[in-house]
Ligand binder design. Sequence first.
Ligand SMILES: Cc1cc2nc3c(=O)[nH]c(=O)nc-3n(C[C@H](O)[C@H](O)[C@H](O)COP(=O)(O)O)c2cc1C
Length: 188
Amino acid sequence: MATSRRVAVVVGSLRKDSLNRKMAAALAAIAPPSLSLEIFEIGQLPLYDQDDDANPPEASVAFKEKIAGADAVLFVTPEYNRSVPGVLKNAIDVGSRPYGKSAWKGKPAAVMTVSPGAIGGFGANHHLRQSLVFLDMPVLQQPEAYIGGAGDLFDESGGVKKPDTQKFLDTFIAAFAQWIERTAKAPA
Ligand SMILES: Cc1cc2nc3c(=O)[nH]c(=O)nc-3n(C[C@H](O)[C@H](O)[C@H](O)COP(=O)(O)O)c2cc1C
């Protein structure tokens, strides 16, 4: 295809040395030419306040416009206390309101959770999927992506050190590209 699909990558960690941010960069580096991945920052967003629906903060409006302009969304997030980090939930809420004007609606999505722990953020992955059902986002089901043991996954330049994981990432991003073609609106 002539035009790449624009994929908004939403990272659920604000940490400078975030493993999830490294993962997002690793996925962007191996994405096929049919996809163009860009991290959409969420740390600047004010806390969602329903009182502001009629006159939302500038940063929230700008974020919503960026999401609305994307063809698909890739969530790459840690698990906090067996759920989604508050900063990510806030970004989801900001993008979803006012009621009936959600920027997320209909956009194909995929979820990857990354953790130094053994169970790879399974709880956050599925709590996030619960929100995406309500937001009416068709979510890639397979392969599921719970990346555990990520504390020693990346080398100093952000390369993935484990060949099995690298192979899985190749499979995952190819499956997401196919999923987007099956479920996204035609490119403008
Ligand atoms: C508030 C908090 C809660 C956490 N809860 C979990 C958890 O439930 N499960 C888990 O696997 N790791 C948990 N962790 C550890 C994170 O997985 C780890 O800090 C990880 O590196 C965060 O992702 P990041 O590197 O992208 O910032 C928690 C960390 C913090 C700061």
